[in-house]
Design a protein around this ligand. Structure first.
Ligand SMILES: C[S@@+](CC[C@H](N)C(=O)[O-])C[C@H]1O[C@@H](n2cnc3c(N)ncnc32)[C@H](O)[C@@H]1O
Length: 231
């Protein structure tokens, strides 16, 4: 795996994600938290990336702690907002206290190898305060892989281009590979091993850890993820 986009090009990650509707995700979560009277409580965000959700939850009045294993992403997140940041990640970390809300938004769980799902949910459950809620999603990754796709957009003074394909590998995962061209004439390989979890496996693992689970089809009408709301 060569995770160069996360480690070396976090600003380019933000450019690639600039069309993503972060406000919609945050609205989805805050609606559910309002219904549980958890507005403005202590929130742990896992896999915060460059902090786009993080800053919105800080601005919405939550006391946010954010965990992210990738220092490149984290350095950009730190510039955007004043949450408490930790360089760490699943399946195991110990913040040493509980939170009313725990989030892992947009494919964070899919970065785990299959055998890490149980330990990861145990870690999340251990950090969840009584009456708290855990929200995370499962990306709809096709286990058989898919055909190459091209993504072109604006970055700094010019255009980037990214060619992506997903190929099944023998761990039961997908090798998610891309070749990325920057406006400065640089190009690099970016590669991740991603796990296409089945929703039923995730729901069963949450139940095994004593969590009641609601599954929702996406953060909004145009989103193909499955979102798990558990507590
Ligand atoms: C697709 S990005 C989403 C980032 C951010 N939540 C967003 O929506 O922009 C996936 C994130 O998961 C992080 N990640 C990868 N492996 C992880 C792990 N084992 N534990 C926690 N986060 C992880 C990556 O570094 C990356 O920031």
């Amino acid at each position: 795996m060569v995770e160069q986009l996360y480690s070396e090009y976090p600003e380019l990650y933000d450019a690639i994600q600039s069309e993503w509707d972060y406000d919609r995700d945050v609205a989805f979560v805050t609606e559910r938290l309002d219904a549980r009277e958890l507005a403005g409580t202590e929130l742990l965000e896992v896999g915060c990336g460059t902090g786009e959700h993080t800053k919105r939850f800080v601005d919405a009045g939550f006391d946010v702690t954010a965990v992210e294993p990738n220092e490149g992403m984290l350095s950009l997140a730190r510039e955007k907002t004043d949450a408490t940041f930790h360089t760490d990640g699943l399946p195991g970390f110990d913040i040493g206290r509980e939170f009313d809300v725990i989030l892992a938004i947009r494919g964070v769980i899919n970065h785990l190898v299959p055998g890490e799902l149980g330990p990861a949910i145990e870690t999340l459950e251990t950090h969840l305060a009584p009456g708290g809620v855990l929200v995370f999603d499962n990306s709809p990754l096709p286990p058989e892989g898919n055909e190459a796709a091209l993504d072109v957009g604006t970055y700094k003074h010019g255009q980037y281009a990214r060619v992506v394909q997903m190929t099944p590998i023998d761990t039961g995962q997908l090798s998610w590979d891309s070749l990325v061209f920057t406006p400065d004439g640089e190009f690099f390989i970016d590669s991740y091993d991603m796990t296409p979890f089945e929703d039923v496996t995730i729901a069963a693992t949450l139940s095994q850890h004593g969590l009641a689970v609601e599954t929702v089809a996406g953060y909004g009408p145009d989103d193909s993820r499955t979102v798990f709301v558990a507590g």
